[in-house]
Write a protein that binds this ligand. Structure first.
Ligand code: 5RP
Length: 227
């Protein structure tokens, strides 16, 4: 393992994959922590585990395909048994900020269909109050400047995420506005307010979606589960 953080991601991922069993539909998250879980699922599949997986991004789809993990189209399933995904921040009330990797929209759709959403994190992701990590807000490009102004009215300082010199585009062809709201005292209220802005297709506040957060702890070589 290269760093303590990577080790914590690995520990959390290993623990989460214990909740995956034969014949399940499994959601595959996106990001450097989900990567370890997908690797582990790939290893189990090579040993005979039978699952059908729903990836939350094109990147994750490619990774799963490279590991010969069977995939299923989300529109062919009514629900997902278990999803393992990362987060940019979490509180012990299981509220999250996600979307640092740009996959927030599909991640939230997958989470909404999921019976058991397991979030895996390293210990740097734990906060008392959400808001240290700028909140990703996904917008249709046509509305980006309008949404920036609307966010400002709600005390959000937004910046369009860039990829080199061009705006970063999500798998849906949308842009992301990374928005600093300071400490988010009432995430439910903010979530409702953001969804009411025309042109916003999603945001990274995940409330009432996670069933467990598993955090790796390098010092003890173990994990802590919040539920
Ligand atoms: C991607 C996400 C990721 O889960 C989040 O950014 C955490 O990533 P990492 O595990 O690399 O720290 O929400 O959209």
């Amino acid at each position: 393992m290269s760093t303590d953080r990577d080790h914590e991601k690995y520990l959390a991922a290993k623990e989460a994959v214990k909740y995956v069993s034969n014949n399940q539909v499994v959601g595959l998250g996106t990001g450097s922590t989900a990567f370890f879980a997908i690797q582990e699922i790939g290893r189990l599949v090579s040993e005979g585990l039978s699952v059908r997986c729903v990836p939350t991004s094109n990147r994750t789809k490619e990774l799963a395909e490279s590991l010969h993990i069977p995939l299923v189209d989300i529109n062919e399933v009514e629900s997902i048994d278990v999803t393992i995904d990362g987060a940019d921040e979490f509180t012990t009330q299981l509220r999250l900020i996600k979307g640092g990797g740009g996959a927030l929209l599909r991640e939230k759709i997958v989470a909404s269909l999921t019976r058991r959403q397991i979030i895996i994190v390293d210990s740097t992701k734990k906060v008392d109050v959400l808001g240290r990590f700028p909140l990703p807000v996904e917008v249709v490009p046509f509305a980006s400047q309008y949404v920036l102004r609307q966010l400002k009215q709600k005390n959000g300082v937004g910046k369009i995420r860039m990829a080199d010199t061009q705006p970063y585009l999500t798998d849906q062809g949308n842009q992301i506005i990374d928005t600093d709201f300071g400490q988010i005292a009432d995430p439910v209220k903010l979530s409702i307010a953001l969804k009411s802005i025309e042109g916003v297709v999603g945001h990274g506040l995940f409330i009432n979606l996670a069933h467990k957060v598993i955090m790796g702890v390098a010092a003890s070589g173990s994990t802590i589960t919040y539920e």
